[in-house]
Ligand binder design. Structure first.
Ligand SMILES: [Cu+2]
Length: 698
């Protein structure tokens, strides 16, 4: 990224000034602006820099040098005596079932027995909304807590290892006190913090039985090549502190960081999504009747449930400080996943050093500062004067933002907006970020390293009541200026499998793609969500690692012949397809909403009905944003709906095809448990085809 603009100023300086002089106006800030062309280095690392380009340069003629190169995974796998640990050592393959599968037509889960469900019935647990990380203003005047990242200690299972601290995690309340400290320390820097030392160094040295040469606190590689590009221009104005960690109980430390603070709108007392005590006490399990996940089985953001959501704003550069609290011992993983991680913000326009490059992984005890500029594409060439209000930052009265327009400086929120540079048609909406570890992305994402990210902007405000010609007023709520989630629902759909003890299981020996036999919504098995009789936005992410979906929405009505899809003989219910509109795909808001109402033949194959209430195929990592009106289509309080998956897989290699909606609902297509040689396996169908989430209109 190279700036074409000459009149740049230092956001860092301005923010510091603004913070120390609360009454500093945009005019003052502009007057004290300094030219940052000299501050932001553009170009390759100098020859004497730590990160200067050295090769080997890869080409057919020059590939010999790679043969003797150190393997990319070298450090990640190291155990005692410079040996490599086997990260699959503790995988719980059940009953001797091997990588080649069970030989059945439906190899689901891949090469494994059917997941035990411990007698849990479908649609018997409430849905959980995502929990917000809650970005905070980056403010140099805040006196930040300086307690270092706590060390792993032994403790009781399932949240710690009782015997070995290097196979364990820091104690949960100690971790929470660490995360809850004010501010951010050490303060984020342009160059990687390779001066401070990884606070886990002594423990790591004890485990490796050798001294570490140098173990920096930050995992981002050092030198100019890994310094944050255009740092002064896109100086972070907000930050998030979080960690990747083994499963533990949610301590509720983010309750007050939720925008709604459990006081506003449907998240407030009496609202549909209010939680008494917030998220405090929520256990890491897929259903209250399924086992609590062990800290070695499930590695989520914060280590907790619910899954996490980053509410970020277009125009506001952000630092995500990501700590690695995973076990020092690479085999303390129940045979799934790698304890070194790298974080990729999927579809984001981010510079390479903050893009989750697969080999730029970081180690237990370290952090990595990802700096995401959050600018609109076209920043350098289109609307550089920031005159177009459609390209704007969403804000509340009194908020300020540094903007690098013709008159650079701190700008104050006016009518819910601050204009910024760039092409408004490029504004993004629904993203996610996830692990990108070399060779281990699938396992680590499966194991919980996946979070969602909503981009808020003038156009996509998260406030449905502002009609200013800019805001698209998508269903959301209006209790707050922006970022209302009352009727704006993040929904990650992903398939999982469990071993005989009910712990998360993945077949690491089959490299053709792993599919699970339990479909989850926000990592919950068959949850029930209550909705109002009104419009909702669903931001649906396919969070699987090898499985595609085709999702439909139906209403279930009493009477075998009442609905447009008749029930089978013996069923006393029938179904109606529920129309909706698609408004965004893969983080891009569509120019026009697309109606999936059966009136248009969207793919021109002569069949209109197939699009009524049914989405196109949804690939891995793909996002569809849809709007459903639970007050239309004869829906009303008391109506009961289901999300249904119609796409069949028989293995992780390839999609088999669509199963007709009628056959799924009538259970003419239905996976059946069969016991072969004492092992429960699936026959006659893919168990992930079918209903997976219930919606009750209240
Ligand atoms: Cu991705």
């Amino acid at each position: 990224m190279k700036s074409k603009k000459s009149a740049k100023v230092s956001a860092k300086t301005l923010i510091a000034q603004n913070a120390t002089a609360q009454n500093a106006t945009a005019q003052n800030a502009t007057e004290s602006a300094e030219n940052t062309q000299a501050l932001d280095y553009i170009g390759p690392p100098p020859a004497d820099d730590l990160s200067a380009f050295t090769g080997p340069i890869v080409s057919e003629e020059r590939s010999d040098g790679l043969v003797d190169a150190i393997p990319a995974m070298e450090g990640a796998l190291e155990i005692q005596n410079h040996k490599h640990g086997d990260p699959g050592l503790n995988n719980s393959l059940t009953n001797g079932i091997q990588a080649e599968g069970i030989g059945g037509q439906y190899d689901v889960p891949t090469g494994g027995a059917a997941s035990p469900m411990f007698g849990v019935l479908p649609f018997t647990q409430p849905f959980l909304r995502f929990e917000e990380f809650g970005p905070q203003k980056l403010d140099p005047t805040v006196s930040a807590g300086t307690v270092p990242f706590p060390l792993p200690t032994t403790g009781p299972a399932p949240y710690q290892d009782p015997i070995s601290s290097t196979a364990s995690a820091p104690e949960t309340t100690v971790l929470d006190s660490f995360l809850a400290q004010a501010g951010i320390f050490p303060y984020p820097t342009e160059f990687s913090n390779t001066i401070d030392i990884n606070p886990w160094t002594t423990a790591i040295e004890g485990f490796l039985e050798r001294a570490l040469d140098h173990a920096p606190m930050e995992g981002r590689p050092g030198g100019q090549g890994w310094a944050h590009q255009r740092w002064n221009e896109f100086f972070p104005q907000a930050y998030v502190k979080t960690l990747q960690g083994g499963a533990r109980i949610n301590g509720g430390i983010r309750n007050e960081l939720q925008m709604h603070t459990y006081r506003e709108g449907e998240f407030g007392p009496g609202g549909l999504y209010y939680l008494e005590g917030g998220t405090k006490g929520i256990e890491p399990r897929f259903h209250p009747g399924l086992p609590i996940q062990d800290h070695k089985s499930l590695w989520t953001w914060d280590g907790t449930f619910p899954l996490k959501l980053l509410m970020a704003r277009v125009g506001e550069p952000l630092v995500l400080r990501h700590y690695n609290a995973l076990p020092i011992d690479p085999t303390a993983n129940r045979g799934i996943g790698m304890h070194t991680i790298s974080t990729h913000e999927h579809n984001g326009h981010n510079p390479a050093e903050s893009d989750g490059f697969a080999n730029a992984f970081f180690f237990p005890g370290q952090y990595y500062d990802y700096r995401w500029p959050m600018q609109i594409a076209g920043y350098d060439t289109i609307n550089t004067t920031a005159k177009d209000p459609k390209a704007s930052y969403a804000c509340a009265p009194g908020e300020t933002l540094y903007v690098n327009d013709l008159n650079p400086g701190m700008k104050t929120c006016e009518n819910g907006l601050i204009n910024i540079r760039g092409d408004h048609r490029e504004i993004m909406s629904t993203h996610w970020f996830h692990d990108h570890m070399f060779d281990f992305t699938a396992q680590n994402v499966y194991k919980g390293n996946a979070a969602m990210m909503n981009y808020y902007s003038g156009k996509d405000r998260g406030n449905e009541s502002v009609h200013d010609g800019v805001n698209l007023a998508f269903p959301s709520g209006d209790a707050m200026a922006w970022g209302n989630r009352d009727y704006d629902v993040n929904l990650v759909v992903s398939d999982k499998a469990f071993d005989s003890e009910g712990q998360l299981w993945f077949n690491i020996f089959n490299l053709d793609g792993f599919i699970g036999d339990v479909l989850t919504a926000n990592y919950l098995y068959n949850p029930v969500m209550e909705v109002r009789a009104r419009s909702y936005r669903f931001r649906i992410l396919n969070g699987s690692v090898s499985r595609y979906f085709k999702l439909a929405l139906v209403e279930e009505v009493a009477g075998r012949t009442t609905g447009e899809i008749e029930g089978a003989v013996g069923q006393d219910v029938s179904w109606n397809r529920v129309p909706f509109h698609m408004i965004a795909n893969d983080g891009n808001i569509l120019e026009h909403a697309i109606a999936f109402d059966g009136k248009t033949d969207l793919d021109g194959d002569g069949d209109r009905l197939e699009h009524k209430g049914t989405l196109p195929q949804q690939s891995i990592a793909e996002r569809y944003d849809i709007i459903v009106d639970f007050a239309d289509h004869n829906l009303q309080p008391g109506s009961k709906l289901f999300f249904v998956n119609l796409l069949e897989h028989r293995n992780g290699k390839i999609v088999e095809g669509n199963v007709p909606l009628e056959q799924v609902l009538r259970e003419e297509y239905k996976a059946v448990l069969e016991v072969k040689d004492g092992v429960a396996t699936w026959g006659e169908g893919d168990p992930v085809v079918g209903k997976f989430m219930q919606l009750d209109v209240i």
